[in-house]
Design a protein around this ligand. Structure first.
Ligand code: CA
Length: 423
């Protein structure tokens, strides 16, 4: 077992039992606080542990790293150091926060120097995203979309169970939780209209996804197997892949999604490491037909992470509208990364790979408004009595996620985004 995952560990910092950030989690992020420029931190309860300040005071001297790597506005340089270093740093942080360790806890000046309240800090994009790929790996989502737009009898296209479908998205418009987005404009054409028009989307949607972040490069021409992919994946974030359905319908033939997707995607700020999620590995859906050899894997490679979507109208209450789980994805992230590299395309540090909309089999587990309202034919009724077919201006969409077992809760925090009118 990874030492920092020991469920018997307790911290000298008081942590609520419902907190997403117990001592067994220790996710990495980039924060800014008064008198602190952007730097690397670790979430612990309601606090952030400032790794930059710890590094300056030689708390990582037994680990082979330059402590300046924590004084950066992105995690890229840190995660480029590789898995043995990520693991050593997380284990060291765990040790410093344990209730039987007084290296920090015994010094009140030091506590003030290295602990920041999360409520006093602003979270920034955790990584500089080089490349962004969006997969389409939930069989329930692909079936729902195929049923709505094509043919219920042949909802899945013939390739779907053989190949992890995906497309290359836009990295520049990936924004961190708390960043407002504008309703996008684009070309749309109603089925009965003679010509397209240009204007704000009428069918703005979210997509509930989880994205993994790579921390190791491959060379051009090199491929990795699903089993090798373990060493390339640093951690996971929640991912809202904003979509404009009317723009998408008109533009996607024949090359796939383009401007209907690239206007924004939103991520949660804390990167939960694969190490922290290790106890939550589960078997994925049975893959039949058997995948081609380059996609074969051993062991449990799905993760039991509960996911929730909430919709909050301007000035109103949060309405829970979806409960899903990352374990439902048909193609796991290791297969996704193997597939991505199978043609020799090089993997880079800080790349983001989103799962595709994660829908379950129940109606309240669908991960998009498109599915929840079945293309608008069955609107959601919110607690204030208003209806939603898609997302309105002023609405805030919130996604939360956590894994939990034996009272140990490994959470992601949230990704929260407000939609502003088109400009
Ligand atoms: Ca998507």
């Amino acid at each position: 077992m990874i030492r920092a995952n020991d469920p018997s560990l307790h911290s000298w910092i008081e942590i609520d039992a419902k907190s997403d950030f117990p001592i067994q989690n220790l996710p990495f992020g980039i924060f800014r606080a008064p008198n602190r420029d952007p730097r690397v931190g670790v979430a612990i309860g309601e606090y952030i542990l400032d790794l930059c300040e710890l590094g300056r005071r030689d708390f990582f001297e037994l680990i082979d790293l330059d402590p300046n790597v924590f004084h950066r506005p992105y995690l890229n340089d840190f995660i480029a150091l590789g898995k043995p270093i990520w693991r050593a740093v997380r284990n060291r942080v765990s040790e410093l926060l344990r209730n039987d360790n007084d290296e920090i806890s015994g010094n009140s000046n030091l506590i003030r120097a290295v602990l920041v309240k999360q409520s006093d800090a602003e979270m920034l994009m955790p990584v500089k995203v080089g490349n962004y790929t969006d997969f389409y790996s939930s069989i329930e989502h692909a079936t729902n979309v195929g049923t709505m737009f094509r043919d219920p009898k042949n909802a899945l296209l013939p390739n779907w169970k053989h190949i992890p479908i995906g497309y290359h998205g836009r990295a520049s418009s990936i924004v961190v939780s708390g960043t407002d987005i504008y309703r996008p404009k684009g070309q749309t054409k109603a089925p009965d209209a003679e010509a397209p028009t240009f204007g704000p989307t009428r069918l703005l949607d979210f997509e509930l996804e989880v994205a993994f972040i790579t921390g190791r490069e491959t060379e051009l021409g090199e491929s990795i197997s699903p089993n090798e992919a373990d060493d390339y994946i640093f951690g996971l974030v929640l991912f809202n892949d904003w979509s404009a359905r009317d723009i998408q319908t008109w533009e996607y033939v024949p090359l796939g999604p383009f401007l209907a997707k690239s206007f924004a995607s939103s991520v949660s700020p804390w990167v939960v490491t694969l190490d922290a999620l290790e106890p939550f590995r589960v078997k994925g859906p049975v893959q039949n037909p058997r995948p081609l050899p380059y996609l074969e894997f051993t062991g449990n490679r799905n993760y039991d992470i509960k996911l929730e979507v909430l919709l909050q109208p301007e000035g109103g209450q949060e309405n829970s509208i979806c409960h899903s789980n990352y374990r439902y994805v048909y193609w796991n992230m290791y297969q996704q990364l193997a597939h991505q590299s199978s043609n020799g395309c090089n993997i880079q540090v800080g790349d983001m790979y989103a799962s595709g909309t994660i829908s379950g089999s129940e109606k309240d587990s669908y991960g998009s408004m498109l599915e929840l309202t079945w293309r608008g034919s069955n609107p959601l009724i919110l607690s204030d009595g208003t209806e939603r077919k898609f997302i309105n201006d002023g609405d805030t969409v919130i996604m939360r996620g956590h894994a939990e077992r034996n009272s140990i809760r490994i959470g992601f925090g949230e990704v929260r985004t407000k939609v502003l009118p088109a400009v």
